[in-house]
Write a protein that binds this ligand. Structure first.
Ligand code: NIG
Ligand code: FE
Length: 413
């Protein structure tokens, strides 16, 4: 039997329940001092004060002594573009000279340059590279994540990216949700014909993705000069009809109505929302949409930060994720994004913990098994070299993750 007993946890911090934590509840977490967690066959069978541990907890168990440190649920990175060819460090001089993100894209760089490199890369090359990223994420306490396609923009390469994601899910100790983001940019082949490209996605690519069961979500980059609201509505509607749940890159640079669309179609999440206005946020609140906020992207693009406090006030559940990608956020460091969530969004430590655990789990459909340390949930737990959660957020830039337990098994990091 796979049995693991984590003892001597100085402080255990976790959300409670498997629902989104919004409004005042975004700031509520359970704290247990002198705790322990017992896991059997990958699931939590006891989580609470050590004094109340079941008799025989240590018997036949692998013992992990937390040494008085902090334990939390495994972190969940609910927004990444992790599978891609090449990098884009050659854009740095353009950035320093003042070129904006959309300027670089218009010049044929940006996403389209990564598309070229991703098309050239073999499936095995993409897989190997992505495995390295997954190992890096695990080493920082991230035990589940979402990954998107969107650097193929043709049938073959979109499917190739999604197959890599499936292989990663099958071979890594990481729970992974897959998102089809064929509508990430308009490819060269359809230059000046975004509608024609949308037709192609709807008629050819989406049905293939669905038939091969390669994704659970469909996403679109709704932005000035990329896909407008009508085109985004078509893509997400077609995806939804095939059973792919909608999520949307909205109001990253300009507020062109993406948040309203998210609310209207009942998207699972709207991502970025840097430029979200009152009307857009009202639509999110009405539609029960999760706000997937990506502060490291604001940092890297030198933009303002999404109005996270206002969202909490409006009862919109807030998630903080990395947005790891080679263009707007070449960092997969979720703890760094959490630190920005605290310092720039002004989320409290408790709100930040819910943002990267239970709310993130809800936004990627894993809330029944992940996102909190509770009876019956999967044994995904992190021990931090810290006495409390505040320390993890405060020591930005350092990796305080000490031990990662995935499905009840300690990982060799
Ligand atoms: O979330 N905005 C669209 N997609 C990514 C950036 C992708 C890229 O630049 O390669 C984002 O910021
Ligand atoms: Fe993104």
């Amino acid at each position: 039997m796979n049995k693991t007993f984590v003892k001597n946890i100085g402080l255990l911090c976790t959300p409670t329940g498997s629902h989104v934590h919004a409004g005042a509840e975004q700031g509520r977490i359970t704290k247990i001092e002198n705790a322990c967690v017992l896991m059997e066959e990958g699931k939590i069978v006891y989580c609470g004060p050590q004094a109340g541990a079941p008799a025989g907890a240590e018997q036949g168990a692998q013992i992990v002594d937390a040494g008085g440190r902090l334990a939390t649920p495994g972190l969940i990175d609910a927004h990444t573009h992790l599978v891609f060819g090449g990098w884009r460090q050659h854009e740095i001089p353009l950035k320093l000279a003042g070129a904006g993100y959309l300027d670089i894209l218009r010049m044929g760089g940006g996403i389209l340059s990564t598309v070229k490199r991703t098309r050239e890369a073999s499936e095995d090359q993409l897989f190997e590279k992505s495995m390295g990223f997954v190992a890096e994420m695990l080493s920082m306490g991230v035990t589940a994540c979402e990954m998107k396609s969107g650097y193929g923009l043709d049938l073959e390469t979109e499917l190739k990216q999604l197959r890599v994601i499936r292989r990663l899910a099958e071979s890594c100790p990481m729970d992974i949700a897959a998102t089809f983001l064929g509508a990430h940019a308009v490819p060269e082949e359809y230059k000046d014909d975004a509608d024609g490209y949308v037709d192609f996605l709807v008629n050819d690519v989406l049905p293939a993705v669905e038939e091969q069961k390669l994704a659970q979500y469909c996403d679109v980059f709704c932005e000035t000069g990329v896909f407008d609201v009508a085109q985004s509505r078509r893509v997400l509607g077609a995806g939804k009809a095939l059973g792919l749940k909608p999520r949307i890159h909205a109001d990253e640079i300009d507020a062109i109505g993406g948040a309203q669309l998210a609310g209207e179609i009942g998207a699972v999440s709207a991502e970025h929302l840097i430029a979200a206005d009152e009307e857009g946020m009202a639509a999110l609140a009405r539609g029960g949409v999760v706000a997937n906020l990506l502060p490291a992207t604001s940092f890297y693009l030198d933009k303002t930060f999404a109005p996270a406090r206002r969202m909490v006030e409006l009862g919109i559940p807030v998630v903080v994720a990395s947005d790891f990608n080679p263009g707007s956020c070449p960092s997969l460091n979720l703890p760094f994004a959490m630190n920005l969530g605290l310092l720039r969004y002004k989320l409290t430590p408790e709100e930040t913990l819910n943002a990267v655990t239970i709310n993130a789990a809800c936004s990627v459909g894993m809330e029944d098994r992940l996102g909190s340390l509770e009876l019956g949930k999967q044994g995904d737990l992190v021990i931090w070299d810290a006495p409390d959660w505040e320390m993890v957020l405060y020591r930005f830039g350092s990796n305080l993750c000490r031990t990662v337990i995935k499905k009840g098994r300690p990982l060799a990091l």
